[in-house]
Design a protein around this ligand. Sequence first.
Ligand SMILES: [Zn+2]
Length: 184
Amino acid sequence: MRDLRPAGWDIKTYRDKPSLQPEELFLEKIGSPVWEKEYRAAGLRQISAKTRRYVYERDGHMCRRCGVSAGEAYPDDVSAHARLTLGHVNPHKSGSGSHAEDLITECARCNETVKHLTGTQMTKGQVWDRVKELPARHKRDLLVWMKADCRPLSEAEKAWGMYRQLPAVVREELERDLEALMRS
Ligand SMILES: [Zn+2]
């Protein structure tokens, strides 16, 4: 199914269509014939290892939707640690390709939420209460992120994403080095 959706197949699950049972699927629209040779590359998500590496590096090894980095705990659920994956920039547009510009680094949780547009435990009111209390500067930042549907990374955040890739002992060394550098 994951291979059919990018090829324009619109298959609904109970998450999209409340009338369906969890084990039922509903075929809304037939897409490209992915079993034909000329459609195979577009339909199957053949993302090369090189593209994968490039996208993770470009995105600073952080989820571009929520900003969590690999292995980091979620601010609202410290028991869950983020696992990064690749998603389509626009998952609901059919025929999304497997080129770096069509792809975005996402954590597994955002990947699921973006795909199904559900999985949210928050209410609009809860989020709005938080949003309206933000200082004007943060409101402006947030609006830019909302419009882009992703959060641009600062240089410090990119460095943080790289730092998180290091083993724990090396991270401790680096922390001490930075402390020493800033004291000197
Ligand atoms: Zn995320």
